[in-house]
Design a binder for this molecule. Sequence first.
Ligand code: FES
Length: 381
Amino acid sequence: MAFKFKIQSLGLLDIIRFKKLVPNRREKLAQGEDKPLPVSYRVNETAKILHPGFQKAKLIKIELNTEDTKTYTFETERPFYFRAGQYLTLGCNVDGSYVSRPYAISSAPEKGLNKELSLTIKKCGFFSGYLFDNAKPGDEFRIGDPSGEFCYEPIKDSKQVLAIAGGSGITPFYSMAQSIADGTSDFSLTIIYGAKTENDLIFKKELEALVCDKIKVVYVLSAEKKEGYEYGFIGAKIIKKYISGDFTVMMCGPQAMYEFVEKELAQFNLPIKRVKKEANCVGVRDVKDATYKITVHIGFEVKTIDAKATETVLTAMERAGINAPAKCRAGGCGFCHSRLVSGKYSIAGADKRRLADLKFGYIHPCCTYPDSDMEIVVPKA
Ligand code: FES
């Protein structure tokens, strides 16, 4: 069967352009400079300065906030660029082993650009307890780049944010309040802050100094009735009293608070994207004591270590002096992602692994407890 083609005039122009494509390109290339390309670009140099991976930080000040909480202020080697609400990994050698933990940053992002940042830490767990009892000005630490998504997102979030904080969970919200006050961030923040007693409130004086048309603070005490404070737990009745209309909820505090507040929030019918909560570090689990052997392949080394059934695989590696990678310690960042060769295990809380990780046998040692002897391949930190 014969086809008849009719050449359109515009189509003809396309053919002419196509024919000129190669000679035009050659001409442009011939006109280009013959200087070699730069080895690096300013944008990459700036990125390296702002996010070098890890850097040294010198402890310059310690302030006592409550009887079991202190704020540690560090001078960093380089400007520390972060968003209010983010955390970093702080680490140092303790008794010959490198130990690190993630902590939310309590200072304003603006200060970070002047090489200063603060972490507000409650005395609980091994490393936080070590800091509380032993850290002193002049000590040197290693800090990682800022991490985490627990930040105000102007495109996704409402202009009104309801911050629900419990205990030391006030830390990221204090950073956000400062960033609103200094003009770095632009949204309205209503903080509802729960603690047992007035003496357990961290940053009360500092938060009150920041109150303005964009920053409101409400205190809720669960173990004492006092004038000027709400009493009980943070529930729907208190929330309705202080905020209405469209708002994003951000929660940071203990797991028990999340469970209670989530039930209370049900009656607000908020879309999923309007509720964010900061993940908590995985701690010890309550099971019968047992000890297993874990064979760890890291770089060119192979080590066999003891691991308690109550502790995570990551904690066991750190206790044995293995410098395993870690950031969030909550199964969220994927930084500790390791390959399981053999062994049984349990995951703390919800399994946050991708389907591909499940299929190809990857685990997050930060939230994995051993249930038998194991063999794993861990990337170098
Ligand atoms: S340290 Fe973030 S997933 Fe394990």
